[in-house]
Design a protein around this ligand. Structure first.
Ligand code: NAD
Length: 247
């Protein structure tokens, strides 16, 4: 099961999981998720789209029940869907804060709660949550988003401890600057500006001197979802081209 599957990193994760032969439930609030994967080349697995708002608890519960009924099991949950509002503490509103926590944090808690019993029954499962380097080092103006992402990293540790006896591993991924629709702010692609080019590329604030592509995060998710990942749990894997190790 992959949330946030209509575009960006979530869509790339669905594509890579399909190539690996997985059967994927692609979940998104955007109806585009229904048509997004029809043209995936070398598609080995199969995909079923679910259009819902993951912060709607009953809709999410019905979705998980439907997946479990159709497939007979749930092996992997990728918590990718997220929203963000830009604004400092003076500009931001309590309403925005609550909306961000509802989608970026509470829905993750709820999704884990819904799938964990299915995974525990088969004594195998993988939960992968997409955090962000914004939770490690931040430029500001993203307080509610940063708070939710930091909480995801902490929650992942708690999940790892609680679910280990049931054969379930829980990890997070913290992407840096990834080239997706989320990097477009007010119509400007933040990974293509002169400032980005000067600071992150020419001065190598990102040592690898480029934004990441969604597929580069998706391959990390494939590893964390696989049997190759057998002794890693409670970890947040940073995939940022080195961004957070530079001054
Ligand atoms: N792009 C980056 O640079 C970057 C960096 C760090 C972390 N991330 C994280 O990676 C993940 C994916 O980001 P992206 O850049 O692909 O974002 P995106 O905005 O391109 O995609 C997010 C998807 O989530 C869906 N979504 C949002 N709210 C939803 C809801 N309530 N119910 C169901 N679906 C919902 C959206 O419709 C969208 O398809 C997010 O968790 C994001 O915070 C992204």
């Amino acid at each position: 099961m992959v949330t946030g599957a209509a575009q960006g990193i979530g869509a790339a994760i669905v594509r890579e999981f399909l190539r690996e032969g997985a059967t994927v439930a692609a979940i998104d609030i955007k109806p585009e998720v229904r048509v997004g994967f029809q043209a995936v080349p070398e598609q080995a697995g199969k995909v079923r789209a679910y259009v819902l708002d993951i912060s709607n608890h009953e809709a999410y519960r019905s979705c998980v029940e439907d997946v479990a009924k159709r497939e007979g099991k749930i092996d992997v949950l990728v918590n990718d869907a997220a929203i963000c509002f830009y604004g400092d503490i003076f500009e931001d509103s309590l309403e925005n804060w609550r909306q961000v926590q509802a989608v970026n944090l509470e829905a993750i808690y709820w999704g884990c709660k819904l799938v964990a019993p299915h995974m525990a029954r088969q004594r195998w499962g993988r939960i992968i949550s997409i955090a962000s380097t914004q939770a490690i080092a931040t430029e500001g103006r993203l307080g509610s988003y940063t708070a939710a992402k930091g909480a995801i990293m902490s929650f992942t540790k708690s999940l790892a401890v609680e679910l280990a006896p049931h054969g379930i591993l829980a990890n997070a991924i913290a992407p840096g600057c990834i080239h997706t629709p989320m990097s477009v702010i007010d119509g400007v692609d933040e990974t293509q500006t002169e400032l980005f080019e000067e600071w992150y590329v020419r001065r190598r604030k990102i040592p690898l001197a480029r934004p990441g592509e969604p597929e580069e995060i998706a391959r990390v998710a494939v590893f964390l979802a696989s049997d190759d990942c057998s002794y890693v749990t409670g970890h947040t894997l940073v995939a940022d081209g080195g961004l957070t190790v530079t001054f």
